[in-house]
Structures are given as structure tokens and as C-alpha cells.
Design a protein around this ligand. Structure first.
Ligand code: ADP
Ligand code: MG
Ligand code: MG
Ligand code: MG
Ligand code: MG
Ligand code: MG
Length: 690
């Protein structure tokens, strides 16, 4: 057996002293490729990923002209554009695009990312067939439904996935992907079980039995799964990796100046994960049925859950080493910072680690917290190993470590430098759902960048026990969780706990803009019980602050006690923006994005999940029976394409409003008209004049 941790120790030793890396960041956008035309009776997933990627690679000069040119001040001067990078993804109907080079510290980059995202979408489209479109819905509403849903179409029940619902050809044919799926299945000893509660509408038969499940199939031993109870009543039943890994998300990676800062960012962004998951909710439909959940997370988690019956606790431990409480795709279970504010009570007392690997890492000089984190990742088996990698353990590479790391899909990822140590320590924020427009995707990217800078600038503290973050992750799944549910969140985010009672926390927030002005108090009072440090808050309260939430929350009551007012992440970001030099145009551009986040959190605007639900509910074909038919799916995707096509060209969507129901509830004024900054600039100038 190879000592898989050795490469990790090697790179850690090489890179632990790295200093002053630039504060770079980058986003990743994932697309579904659909085959749509007004005249075709249905919309299909296009399986031409390989051809599209090849066309993109072959066109040596991806010219940014013609269709893609107008309005794109993308990532560099005209003629000197850093072209985006396109990547394959698990689904053969998916694409991923990242900026040509990471973004820098400059605030102008925050305003360029939206144009760059539009450019990416445009270039992608230019390398597709006329009827193919890159869209940013998280999931295709009818993936796995009976009948034809891909172009070309293949029969289901192939040897790799053994799925009743999707063909093996749905996955990227690169050997890694079908092998991953097959190994997960064989390790489990059965197919994955992705069961999502169905949404119960007026005419939904109850109890509901998934009408698409075939109980008579006899092609593979795994066909017994459904006869053994894999498909319970009232759940949409899915049985393959593609149902999870075929979803699109929005990820942001940050480079820290050194390992210490990276470890702090990892910890402080962790508690924000579930809040941002709820706020970006965009996944209300699976396999042609309305679900009772709004986000994709748990479905991906189940779609790659390779735990054996022993690891799951269904059988006594005999052959396996430990029980494992979570799938390898799950919210993260460790904090890793050297921050003295990290109390032992925040850690998971039941964390499973590989003690031998931890000891080896400790013996190699790594500190306990980081060794614990990596020893937790190493409880998982490598699920795909390439033969050539097994020949020898090459310490100038990180392939063995990356193999474990890249199949531990947690909501935060701590990325060590690559083997050549050419770039710095990075932290990836992974929970967000992809949004329909690039405006929204840019808004959420920019928001996460700005809150990260506020965290570092004000030394903010969002620690709560990590198991409360897990609980929040579950809460985020509920329909309308962003408006109707409450999440555990830390009451006082400021660096030193104040003993002041009855003082307004929002006053502290504005104090934060001048860190010398009263924030840091010399004496730290003794720490009270951890339970006193956090309470339940609505997303509105976390994002906008207690006062704003009290004035605007309709669905829940805000129950902050005197002295427990939370300042709100947006006000914290604004304090940060107040503390740096910035011209009005930049500030106004950023205000547009923050406004969107603010209004989503208050319920003034809808999440994509809510908008999709309303679109379906109002469709004349919908029979209030939870069924999302081919025709509804076609019209929904058609509307999404129309929005995207207009946005790509920098056009407003005024003329779609009315044709596409409730569009203004999704975007407000943001995408209307051709002068995107006008309203926000006026608001901003008015605010300055006050
Ligand atoms: P993965 O899929 O493993 O998360 P990708 O290479 O697809 O990684 O993308 C990660 C993101 O990180 C991209 O947006 C990329 O621009 C960005 N990025 C690349 N190098 C750096 C760096 N040194 N610091 C921060 N971000 C980076
Ligand atoms: Mg990527
Ligand atoms: Mg990727
Ligand atoms: Mg990806
Ligand atoms: Mg990523
Ligand atoms: Mg990746």
C-alpha cells in the first residue's frame, strides 16, 4: 500500500512558508447544453460536450468580434482579451468555463467579471450548433424521465451506471467518469439512492408512488434495489451519479497571502455556506416532478455516496475500519485555522479521522489542527486510481493527494499549492447554486469576494459549532428556506467580544469602518458558554441586519433581544467599502450587485427556485399534480434561453416581461432597459447628498 500522505507532507513542507502571494480569485460557471428550437416539440440535452470542447480548442483565435463583441469590455483591452478557459464536466451535456486568468485585487475586476461571464457564454454558444444553447439552470427538469430527453438518445440500463432512468452515455466518456460511477456503486454494493421528497400539490395522488420506477427490470443484480425498498412512497427516486453530478453550480476560489490567512478564510467562510445555499436556491424540479426542496446539495451528496453498509451503520463493523456519518460530498466537518478564537467546543466531537495518517503528518511536523483536517479527508478510499500512478510514488507530484482531495467534495475546499509550488494556498467556496443570468452569477461572486475582504479587513468572527453548520445545511433545503427558515448564526461578529449591554450592534458595524475607532478593546472578558454566542436568524437578518429584517420580514419574526442585534453582512461589506478609496462609478456598479442580494434576502425579489415554481404553476398545461411535462419544460427552457440571449447582448428584458410571467419578480429593475447602472447611481448619489 502506498503511503498516500507523503506527497501531501512534501508539498506542505515546501509551501508552508510561502508569503505574500497575491490576493487573486476566480469563479467557475457550469452550463447545461440544451437542444432547443421553437418548432421542435421538446427540448433535449445535447450530448456533444466533446465536439463543442474540440471546436473551442481548435479555434486558435477565439475571436471576440461579431456576435460576441458588443458591450464586452471583457477581461482586457480589445484585441488583447484574455480568453476564457472551457473545461469538461461529469455530464456529457455540461460545460464549465473559467476566466482566462484569475482576477486580481483591483475593484475594477469586480466590475469586469460580469462582462467576462457574458463573453464566456457567447463564445460557448458560437461553437455550438444553431439549436444548441448553454443555459445556467442547475438541473435539467426532465433528466431521467421516461422517453427521449437527450440528443442523441440511448437506451437505459447500461453496464456502468446500471440506471433505470439514464443511459451510461449521459456521462463524460473519459474513463475517469464512468469508472468513478461504477466504483461508487460497487463499493456500496448497490446503486446510489437519490430520493427527493415530492411536492404535494392539490391534485397530487397521496401517498405518491413514483410512476416512473420499473419494478420488473431484470438486467443487473442492482435491479433488485427497488424491489428491496430503494424507492419509498412520496419520494422522487433516482439511482445514478448523473442526477447529482449533472447539476451546475457557481464556485469561487481565493488565493490567500499565506497559509495562515488561507486557514482563516476557510473557517470564516464555512458558516456562510448554508446561508448562500438558501439564497441561491434554484433547483425545484427532478425527473419531471416538482420537489419539496429548493436546492441541489443533498441530491449530489447521495449521488456519490459510496459508503458500505458497515460504514453506514447498517451492519456491525467487520471489514471496514469505521462508521462514517456523511457522504464524501457533504458540508465540511473541520475548522483548521490557527486563530485563537477557535474554541475547542466548535469542533465536531465525533469527527472520524485516520489516526495512522494523522500520526504520520504530526511526525512530519504538521500541527494538530491541519493534520486532523487531512486525516479526515483520508478516511475515504481513493475511488479511482490510474494504473500508471500506481507504478511509483513520485514525490515531485501531488496526484495521490489530489486524487483524495478531488473526491472529497465539501462545501469548502482548502487547496494546497501544486507540486511546483507556483501558486499559493487557496480556499474554494462551493455551496452556491448557479443562477439563470450572468448578472446574478456576477452579483453572488462579487458579494463573496467583498465579504471575504471585509472578514480579513475587520478580522470578523463567524465561528459557531461546526455541527450547527451541518444543521443549517439541512435547513437550507426546505422550500423557501431563504424566507421561512431560521439558521444558527453568531450574534457578535466583531473581533473582541464587548460586554456592553443594550448597545446597538449596528452601531458597532459602522464603527468597524474605522478599525481604530473603538472596535478593539484591550481586555477580553472571560468566555461564556458557547451556546450564548449564537442564535437562530433568518437569512434576511444575516444578510441585511436585524433592523432591516425586522422592518421587512414577512414570513418569520425576528427575535433578537436587546443588545443582540446582528449588523448584517451587507452593512459589513458597505462599511468595508466606505473604508477604502473608490470612485462613484465603481461603487455604483457594486451597489447593483449588493442590491440584488439584499432584495433576495428580504423576499422583495424571488429566488430562481421560486420563479421556476411559479412559472410551472401558471403554465396552462400544469394540472396541479406535481408533473412537469415535456411541454412545460420546453417553455421554461425557452424562457431561460430568451433571457440569456438578450442579456448576452447587453439588452434589457422589458419586452419579455409579460410574455414570461413574473420575470420582474426575479430581477426587479436590474435587467430592464439598457442603462444598467442608472438607477443604482441615482440612489447612490442621493445617499451621498443626504
Ligand atoms: P477546480 O475545478 O479544481 O475548482 P478550476 O481550475 O476549474 O479548479 O478553477 C478554479 C478557479 O480558480 C478558476 O476561476 C481560476 O481562474 C481560479 N484560479 C486559478 N489560479 C488561481 C490562483 N492562483 N488564485 C486564485 N484563483 C485562481
Ligand atoms: Mg473547475
Ligand atoms: Mg471542475
Ligand atoms: Mg465544475
Ligand atoms: Mg471548483
Ligand atoms: Mg474540478
Amino acid at each position: 500500500m502506498l503511503t498516500l500522505y507523503q506527497q501531501l507532507l512534501e508539498i506542505w513542507n515546501k509551501a508552508k512558508g510561502k508569503e505574500r502571494d497575491a490576493m487573486l480569485w476566480g469563479d467557475e460557471i457550469e452550463y447545461l447544453v440544451v437542444n432547443y428550437s421553437k418548432d421542435d416539440p421538446k427540448v433535449l440535452l445535447s450530448l456533444r460536450q466533446a465536439d463543442i470542447l474540440k471546436a473551442l480548442a481548435d479555434s486558435k483565435t477565439l475571436k471576440v468580434e461579431g456576435d460576441c463583441a458588443p458591450g464586452t469590455e471583457a477581461n482586457g483591452e480589445a484585441g488583447n482579451v484574455t480568453l476564457p478557459v472551457f473545461h469538461p464536466e461529469f455530464g456529457r451535456f455540461m460545460l464549465e468555463a473559467t476566466p482566462g486568468k484569475p482576477w486580481g485585487i483591483d475593484f475594477k475586476d469586480l466590475l469586469t467579471v460580469e462582462a467576462d461571464m457574458k463573453l464566456r457564454r457567447c463564445i460557448a454558444k458560437d461553437h455550438m450548433l444553431p439549436n444548441e444553447h448553454p443555459i445556467t439552470l442547475t438541473t435539467f427538469p426532465r433528466i431521467g424521465s421516461p422517453g427521449v430527453f437527450t440528443e442523441p438518445s440511448y437506451p437505459v440500463s447500461g453496464p456502468k451506471l446500471r440506471s433505470q432512468f439514464v443511459p451510461d452515455e449521459i456521462a463524460n466518456p473519459h474513463i475517469r467518469f464512468p469508472t468513478l460511477a461504477a466504483n461508487i456503486r460497487s463499493r456500496r454494493g448497490r446503486k446510489v439512492q437519490v430520493n427527493v421528497p415530492v411536492y404535494r400539490d392539490e391534485n397530487t395522488p397521496w401517498p405518491w408512488k413514483d410512476p416512473t420506477v420499473n419494478y420488473d427490470l431484470q438486467n443487473w443484480p442492482e435491479d433488485d434495489d427497488v424491489r428491496n425498498g430503494a424507492a419509498p412512497d412520496n419520494f422522487i427516486h433516482m439511482d445514478a451519479m448523473a442526477f447529482g453530478m449533472g447539476s451546475c453550480c457557481l464556485q469561487i476560489t481565493f488565493q490567500a497571502k499565506n497559509i495562515t490567512e488561507g486557514r482563516k478564510m476557510y473557517d470564516q467562510l464555512s458558516p456562510l455556506g448554508p446561508i448562500l445555499l438558501a439564497l441561491t436556491a434554484a433547483t425545484p424540479v427532478y425527473k419531471g416532478f416538482l420537489a419539496d426542496t429548493d436546492v441541489r446539495w443533498n441530491q449530489i451528496s447521495r449521488a456519490v455516496d459510496d459508503r458500505t453498509p458497515e460504514e453506514l451503520g447498517e451492519k456491525p463493523l467487520k471489514n471496514d475500519r469505521w462508521r462514517i456519518p456523511k457522504s464524501r460530498y457533504a458540508s465540511n466537518s473541520t475548522y483548521i485555522s490557527t486563530d485563537s478564537r477557535l474554541r475547542p467546543e466548535y469542533m465536531d466531537p465525533n469527527l472520524v479521522i485516520d489516526p495512522e495518517i494523522k500520526q504520520q503528518l504530526l511526525d512530519g511536523g504538521m500541527d494538530d489542527r491541519l493534520a486532523t483536517h487531512f486525516a479526515h479527508l483520508f478516511i475515504r478510499d481513493p475511488i479511482v486510481i490510474f494504473n500508471e500512478d500506481l507504478q511509483e510514488l513520485d514525490l515531485t507530484k501531488t496526484d495521490h493527494f489530489e486524487n483524495i482531495q478531488s473526491t472529497n467534495w465539501q462545501h469548502m475546499r482548502f487547496k494546497p499549492p501544486p507540486a511546483d509550488n507556483s501558486i499559493g494556498w487557496r480556499v474554494e467556496f462551493r455551496p452556491m447554486e448557479i443562477q439563470i443570468t450572468d448578472f446574478e452569477n456576477a452579483a453572488f461572486s462579487v458579494f463573496i469576494v467583498l465579504i471575504t475582504r471585509a472578514i480579513l479587513s475587520f478580522d470578523l468572527n463567524f465561528y459557531i459549532p461546526i455541527v450547527k453548520v451541518d444543521e443549517n445545511m439541512e435547513t437550507a433545503h426546505a422550500r423557501n428556506a431563504n424566507l421561512e427558515k431560521k439558521f444558527w448564526f453568531r450574534k457578535n461578529p466583531f473581533p473582541v467580544r464587548t460586554t456592553r449591554r443594550g448597545g446597538s450592534a449596528s452601531r458597532s458595524a459602522s464603527g468597524a469602518s474605522t478599525p481604530s475607532g473603538g472596535l478593539s478593546r484591550p481586555a477580553t472578558p472571560p468566555l461564556g458558554p458557547v451556546e450564548d454566542e449564537y442564535r437562530l436568524m433568518s437569512v434576511n437578518e444575516v444578510i441585511n441586519g436585524t433592523a432591516y429584517a425586522k422592518a421587512t420580514s414577512k414570513e418569520v419574526t425576528e427575535d433578537a433581544e436587546e443588545g443582540e442585534e446582528f449588523p448584517g453582512l451587507i452593512p459589513l461589506v458597505e462599511s468595508y467599502l466606505d473604508s477604502v478609496n473608490m470612485d462613484v462609478a465603481t461603487r455604483c456598479g457594486l451597489a447593483r450587485y449588493l442590491d440584488l442580494i439584499r432584495k433576495r434576502a428580504s423576499g422583495e425579489l424571488w429566488t430562481a427556485a421560486k420563479w421556476i415554481r411559479e412559472f410551472i404553476a401558471k403554465h396552462p398545461e400544469y394540472k396541479k399534480d406535481s408533473v412537469v411535462s415535456e411541454e412545460i419544460t420546453k417553455d421554461l427552457v425557452g424562457a431561460v434561453i430568451q433571457i440569456g440571449e438578450r442579456e448576452k447582448r447587453g439588452l434589457g428584458i422589458d419586452d419579455l416581461i409579460g410574455q414570461v410571467p413574473d420575470l420582474d419578480k426575479l430581477f426587479g429593475n436590474f435587467l430592464k432597459g439598457k442603462s444598467p447602472c442608472g438607477g443604482a447611481l441615482k440612489d447612490y448619489e442621493a445617499a451621498l447628498g443626504q
